[in-house]
Design a protein around this ligand. Structure first.
Ligand code: DX5
Ligand code: ZN
Length: 208
């Protein structure tokens, strides 16, 4: 199980990104909220590029935005591993666009969304991002019925090549719920970024 750390909840993005880069996290999880797809807005694209341009850790980018194409073009000099979008009217086109640019692509499934909604994209994606909180802000509680959804996804996963990632409300307690759930990537924000020693906290999650 790999760990991606989100800096969304931090009140000093620069310092937080530096600490994630110095930690043993596998990825930086880049949460971008546009104030349209979700109510909150947390970035200006030029600032985001400046913040991330020297990142040694690969970027696991999560776009909570209504118009991903407008943003993706700015990522060309960054250390991008994958770009995940939410389900939009033109998801297929955007996923293909991400792939054409040479990045891995992913789609996110909100707590109130069923896997059937995105079934047409499952053979296209590299990552299925299962949201265990409502997208838009960090520090929320893990939604328990996500566990049932993970079981459903696991029952079909073998037919595809995507990895599963879980995002939201992960801490030393909720991580236990994921034991034996076959999750490839765990995203954690506030639990790690509110801690003094990122590595110690990351290791607690990796221990399950
Ligand atoms: C929610 C974001 C998550 C979140 C994770 O909109 O996509 O990545 O920030 O943060 P915590 O771990 O604090 O829920
Ligand atoms: Zn996220």
């Amino acid at each position: 199980m790999k760990i991606a750390v989100s800096y969304l909840s931090s009140n000093n993005y620069l310092d937080c990104i530096k600490k994630i880069n110095e930690s043993n996290a596998d990825f930086i999880h880049v949460d971008l909220c546009d104030g349209k797809y979700v109510n909150t807005k947390n970035f200006e694209i030029k600032d985001t590029i400046k913040l991330l341009k020297n990142s040694q850790k690969p970027l696991n980018i999560h776009l909570m935005v209504a118009n991903p194409k407008k943003i993706i073009k700015y990522f060309k000099n960054l250390n991008v591993e994958s770009i995940t979008i939410h389900n939009l009217s033109n998801s297929k086109k955007i996923l293909n666009y991400i792939k054409k640019k040479g990045y891995k692509c992913g789609i996110a499934l909100n707590p109130n969304e069923n896997i059937d909604l995105i079934k047409d994209y499952l053979n296209l994606i590299d990552e299925l991002l299962i949201m265990s909180v409502v997208p838009g802000k960090g520090g929320q509680s893990f939604i328990n019925n996500t566990l049932e959804k993970i079981d459903n996804i696991n029952s079909i996963k073998n037919s595809y090549h995507f990895i599963t990632a879980i995002d939201g409300g992960i801490n030393n307690e909720t991580i236990k719920l994921l034991k034996d759930k076959n999750i490839d990537l765990v995203i954690s924000g506030s639990y790690i970024t509110n801690s003094k020693d990122y590595n110690e906290t990351i290791n607690k999650l990796k221990k399950i």
